[in-house]
Structures are given as C-alpha cells and as structure tokens.
Design a protein around this ligand. Structure first.
Ligand SMILES: CC(C)(COP(=O)(O)OP(=O)(O)OC[C@H]1O[C@@H](n2cnc3c(N)ncnc32)[C@H](O)[C@@H]1OP(=O)(O)O)[C@@H](O)C(=O)NCCC(=O)NCCS
Length: 175
C-alpha cells in the first residue's frame, strides 16, 4: 500500500469510539444530494451492525472524509437489493458510506479512504468488499483497484440516481 503524505492521518474507529467523529461525519453528508444523505440515526444504526468498521481521514488534524462498512446481514442484503446480484454471505463486507468534503475532492483522498476500507476489511477477515457506487469518482476508484460491477439499480429508491453494485475479492487478486 502507498504510504500517506506526512500531513495526512487515517484514524480507524469502531462503534465504541465512533461518536467522537459523528459531528464531522454528519456535516459532511451535505456532500450528497439531500435524498441520499445519512442521518445521525442511520449512521448509528450502521455502526451498530455486525463487525462494523470505519475510518476518518485527517489533514493536518482537520477532518477530510470518512468511510463506514459492516458485515452483510440478511436485512441489508434484502433491503438494499443486493439479493439481485449475489447470495447472502457473512464474509462480505458492505461499504456503506464513503465521502470526502467537496473542497478536498480530486486529490486522491477518496482513493486513500477506499484503500483503507480494503485494508480494514481484509484485516477483519472478510473475503469480499462490496458496495453500491454512484457513477462518479466513487465507482471509478473502485473499478481502478480491481472491483467488478455485478449490476446496476436505476432510480435508487426514487432518488433518480443510478448506483452500480460492485465487489472486490480480498484474496489479494484485486489490489
Ligand atoms: C466519491 C468521492 C469519495 C471520491 O473522492 P475524491 O477524493 O474526490 O476522489 P479521488 O481524488 O480519490 O479520485 C478521483 C478519480 O476519479 C475520477 N473522477 C472524478 N470525477 C469523476 C466522475 N464524475 N466520473 C468518473 N470518474 C471521475 C478522477 O479522474 C480521478 O481518477 P484518476 O485517479 O484515475 O485520475 C468524493 O468525490 C465524494 O465524496 N463524492 C460525493 C459523495 C459520494 O458520491 N460518495 C460515494 C457514494 S457511493
């Protein structure tokens, strides 16, 4: 993995210490169109899930962005329509959120967070990292590290957005 420039720091978190980053993570949800934003409740629910993990990226100590993932369980598998693309498997980590503040985008930070998601998921013993990706730098970066698109969902829950569902094997063949 590429080493981080000295002014950047990745700080992993779990459900136990997630609250200290909640205000910044919540504020940075403004980067999404309103219909796609997470709330405090949905972020807490995500971090309360089985084997939830996350990280923030700090630049000179200031918050830049976050990632959140968790083990794929039956309800997100069904409710997020992943059952269209793959069977339920608890060894799949689901990338629930990845966001970089608008003024910090386009400088490789999203890729750094994605690399960190891969590292954390692999360290936790997951076999696969999956997620729904908007057709922007998010999907671009995931395909660039070896992710494969399994299918698309148009008009994601009435938001008008198309999301691709894609997965990366964590056995070392992808990155
Ligand atoms: C998606 C996001 C996390 C990416 O972070 P970022 O720091 O902007 O991205 P990076 O600088 O790491 O990567 C940019 C790469 O994507 C490419 N890119 C930028 N905009 C793109 C677009 N609209 N479509 C395709 N590729 C795009 C760039 O050319 C660059 O590619 P390269 O590294 O091969 O040159 C960030 O843009 C973001 O927070 N977006 C809003 C929230 C969001 O959509 N999150 C994803 C939810 S699935």
């Amino acid at each position: 993995m590429n080493s981080l420039p000295p002014d950047l720091r990745l700080v992993p978190f779990t459900e136990a210490d997630f609250s200290r980053f909640l205000p910044e993570i919540l504020a940075s949800e403004a980067v999404y169109p309103e219909a796609l934003r997470e709330t405090e409740e949905s972020l807490r629910e995500a971090m309360g899930r089985d084997r939830a993990f996350g990280a923030v990226l700090l630049e000179r100590g200031a918050y830049v962005g976050n990632l959140i993932g968790f083990a794929l369980e039956a309800d997100p598998h069904r409710d997020l329509l992943i059952d269209r693309f793959r069977p339920l498997d608890p060894k799949v980590a689901y990338l629930f959120n990845i966001a970089i503040l608008p003024e910090c985008q386009g400088r490789g930070h999203g890729r750094r967070l994605l690399d960190e998601a891969v590292r954390l998921a692999r360290e936790m013993g997951f076999s696969t990292l999956g997620g729904h990706f908007r057709d922007n730098a998010s999907l671009h970066n995931f395909l660039a590290i070896g992710g494969r698109e399994l299918g698309r969902i148009d008009d994601w829950f009435g938001t008008g957005e198309t999301f691709a569902y894609a997965e990366l094997p964590l056995d070392g063949s992808g990155v």
